[in-house]
Design a protein around this ligand. Structure first.
Ligand code: GTP
Ligand code: SPV
Ligand code: MN
Length: 588
């Protein structure tokens, strides 16, 4: 039975059902009873495995196909009418051509299967800042993940009413054929089509496809911003909470920073960090002239490997109930899960992410896939912010950009002003790691950590950032951080994780004019004595090294940025070209 009388919704579902030809259509109403039935069904077919109810209540394990373990950037398309509107950093195809290609792949793809209709909300249902979507999928795994990552069910349809203003998403697993895998956004139709994948970012269409690629286009047209950012609140000993939003590329530390536990002497003084979001922020200008950030998601789709009691105890605690694990190790002795660096005691009697028997005490191969993930409800997080459900979000004092750079970028610096801050974001870069042979330390430009997620021409997106700056009466200050500088042996110099609060404290003080700074050619830097190093194991000399700016390296970077900017031709905002010239002049 349809759960709405909305004609725009019903007509679209009829059309897609005629195309994919499912045996039945099931509407997801959001009830626990229905979800529980689906969990049982998925367990009966082997799509999910139920884990130890005492140790991991309500938790399940899923394995994807071996060829289907991550986002596929080369198969992700932005299909707007003009190629130039997708810009030089996106794959593009004309919409008519792409629709024709995809329709063949969806033709009869759900024969013998069930089509699930998932009404979902990005943001608090019914709030003026929420946006609605409907995902059609033939995967129970997708339904159960969407029910954790977003707010789903009847309430969403009630809030949508008769409006045609929702994002359409069609997902079919088809044959999980990598040669015919497509993740396609049609911004002018508010439509997303995903086929031949069963992996998170490719199929949980509310996340990167809607909340970033489609939402960047909506934000451009409606005067707001959709960003690949965590949101956190820092409570100081006086009890005051100040918020920041930070953009780091995928697997560069957003989840870890968003849930950090302060160093011991900060805890003693009463410092506390509150997590509002770990991956996506929608930013709007508030009536008070400040920039407000809300997290449109309802859960965390986090990297499992490396998550442990020391690195991120809050994330670990979050995954102890109601969580779906994907591509981790299955410990058969006690029916629990394991991943690299969870602890120093890998299980002997286990199954690896590929589904093969695995002895962690002897095997030289990794048991969990490096991109294995947990899908966990945000409300499980011990440090979830009291503002998490606040519809309009929280006022932002600082925007922080960052990436993985073994050299060049210092631990922290502040941009000179908003326009310079936009420049800093636009030239963000992250280095490939030692995991890839021959490619250590190779810089990939990942502007604002949005390279794979910007739904239109990146240069116009930069212009939108510049325009927004002109409209915000009290704009946040913009900073850049780098937790990943290495020594001559390739070891990280800065301890990172909880100790990153030492840097955030300085950032917040700068926002409230509570500390001075040194002017350098690249921006403002802390005076070493202004970073609290007590108990960090880092001395003043090391800190000076972490803050040092190597002019030769920076001039090399200026040349690389020039090459990068050339790609954008006339669309490159003049302001950014000017910022680059000014940086070069200051360095010389
Ligand atoms: P996505 O979910 O892919 O967008 O990633 P994310 O930005 O949330 O990344 P996450 O926090 O999951 O971090 C991924 C990797 O970075 C893990 O291997 C972490 O151990 C490592 N990492 C995170 N924070 C730090 C840090 O402060 N220092 C160091 N050295 N490593 C860190
Ligand atoms: C990322 O890759 O940035 C993620 C995981 O957060 S996914 O949802 O797959 O995009
Ligand atoms: Mn992400």
């Amino acid at each position: 039975m349809a759960l709405t009388t909305n004609k725009a919704v019903l007509d679209w579902i009829d059309e897609k059902a005629a195309l994919t030809q499912p045996d039945r259509i099931v509407w997801i109403d959001g009830s626990e009873a229905q979800l529980e039935e689906l969990r049982a069904e998925a367990c009966s077919t082997g799509e999910l495995e139920k884990l130890n109810e005492e140790k991991l209540p309500g938790c399940y394990l899923h394995r994807t196909a071996e060829n289907d373990v991550a986002r596929v950037e080369d198969r992700t398309f932005i299909c707007c009418e003009r190629k130039e509107d997708a810009g030089p950093t996106n794959n593009w195809m004309a919409p008519a051509e792409m629709y024709a290609k995809l329709n063949k792949l969806y033709d009869g793809a759900m024969k013998g299967r069930t089509m699930y209709v998932i009404p979902y909300s990005m943001g608090v249902v019914g709030s003026p800042f929420a946006k609605y979507g409907i995902e059609l999928t033939d995967s129970i795994y997708v339904v159960l993940n969407m029910a954790i990552m977003t707010r789903v069910g009847q309430a969403v349809l009630d809030a949508l009413g008769d409006s045609p203003d929702y994002v359409k998403g069609l997902h079919a697993k088809a044959g999980i054929d990598p040669e015919n895998r497509y993740i396609v956004q049609f911004p002018q139709d508010n439509t997303i089509m995903s086929v031949n994948s069963g992996y998170g970012g490719n199929v949980l269409l509310g996340k990167k496809c809607f909340a970033l690629r489609i939402a960047t286009c909506l934000g451009r047209d409606e005067g707001w911003m959709a960003e690949h950012m965590l949101i956190l609140g820092i409570q100081n000993p006086a009890g005051e909470v100040r918020y920041l939003a930070a953009a780091f590329p995928s697997a560069c530390g957003k989840t870890n920073l968003a849930m950090l536990i302060p160093p011991a002497h900060y805890l003693e003084k009463g410092w506390k960090v509150w997590c509002v979001g770990d991956d996506i922020a929608w930013l709007r200008i508030g009536e008070d002239g400040r920039l407000w950030a809300m997290n449109p998601e309802y859960g965390f789709f986090g990297v499992a490997p490396g998550t442990n009691d020391k690195s991120n105890p809050n994330a670990l605690a979050t995954t102890r109930r109601g969580t779906i694990f994907t591509n981790v190790v299955h410990n058969l002795d006690d029916n629990t899960v394991w991943w690299e660096d969870l602890d120093k005691n890998p299980p002997k009697n286990a199954v690896d992410w590929k589904g093969n028997p695995w002895n962690g005490q002897e095997s030289t191969e990794k048991g969990a896939h490096p991109n294995s993930r947990f899908t966990a409800p945000a409300k499980n997080c011990p440090c979830i912010s009291p503002e998490f459900e606040s519809p309009k979000g929280v006022p932002i004092s600082a925007i922080v950009f960052g990436g993985r750079r073994a050299k060049t970028a210092p631990l922290v610096y502040q941009s000179r002003d908003w326009d310079h801050g936009v420049f800093v974001g636009s030239v963000m870069a992250s280095e490939t790691t030692a995991a890839a042979a021959g490619a250590v330390g190779v810089v990939r430009r990942d502007p604002m950590a949005m390279l794979p997620f910007c739904g239109y021409n990146m240069a116009r997106y930069w212009q939108h950032w510049l325009d927004m700056g002109g409209k915000i009466a009290h704009p946040p200050k913009i900073f850049n951080v780098n937790w990943f500088r290495t020594d001559d042996e390739g070891r990280f110099i800065w301890p990172g994780f909880g100790d990153n609060l030492r840097v955030l404290e300085w950032i917040m003080k700068r926002c409230y004019d509570e500390v001075e700074a040194d002017e350098t050619p690249i921006g403002y830097e802390p005076r070493p004595e202004d970073i609290d190093l007590e108990g960090s194991g880092v001395d003043q000399e090391t800190l000076k090294g972490l803050l040092s700016v190597d002019k030769d390296l920076w001039l090399e970077d200026v040349a690389a940025i020039r090459d990068f900017y050339v790609k954008f031709g006339d669309t490159l905002p003049k302001t950014l070209a000017g910022e680059l010239d000014a940086l070069e002049a200051r360095l010389k």
